[in-house]
Design a protein around this ligand. Sequence first.
Ligand code: AMP
Ligand code: MG
Length: 272
Amino acid sequence: MASPFARRFTVEGGKSVSLAKIDPRDESAFESKEKAKAEIAKDAEAINQLQDCLYAEGRRSLLVVLQGMDCSGKDGTVRAVFNTCGPIGVEVTPFKVPSAEERAHDFLWRVHKAAPPKGIIGIFNRSHYEDVLVVKVKKLAKPEDIERRYEEINNFEKLLSDHGTRILKFMLHISKDEQAERLRERVTDPKKFWKFNPSDLEDRKLWPHFMDAYETALKRCSPAHAPWHVIPADRNWVRNAAIARIVRETLEDMAPKYPKPDGWDPKKVVIE
Ligand code: AMP
Ligand code: MG
């Protein structure tokens, strides 16, 4: 069950979402920036401990899907929320333009291979949703093929869920102005040049079409077992604090348990 905090951001499946009505600068979920920042650190540490237990238990997994326009802070979220976890037990998969091999398969082939195995937290930086977002906006597939994908995605996520994967999806909602600001940094700060891709400007021109495509995906693919959350992302601290808290609460709800000794009695073990 989603917590009252998570529900502030959750998209109810089947209901229309108007992204224009959600303020990317909204800070109202938090009392103050200082408090929220302190909470991020605490939540990240709690996530680390819960992740250790999830790994030890080895029966279930968590999949965190991060989607958003360029510069919305997908990498920054991974760094802030999962920083303390360390490399064991967390797998981050970025999804780029599909390779020739990937294109030779159905669109979920590469995604299913990257789904987190039992005990692991999997983080998708972009995801199968690109196939109903950029692919739709740039008309990279036939409309009837794209139309089928919403149901295919729902069936796929249900399959993962039925096999022990909790799914949390986050749309990092930034404003077009904030993106302009961040793109400008990428072309002025030599340490950020590598993040800039001239094709990002093409996507920027198609902003309203991307928002439409997001709204459709949010409406059609947000069942209770794999909910979308729209996270105001113009402020990094709001984005990080909201996501850290929802991930923590979800792991607490999963309540992983350290396994008991299997076929041996700790009191009887003698180590010489
Ligand atoms: P980035 O995440 O900024 O490194 O860029 C990855 C790029 O790959 C983005 O422009 C995505 O839109 C694009 N991309 C990811 N998945 C797909 C896909 N299935 N089809 C076409 N483009 C994709
Ligand atoms: Mg990019």
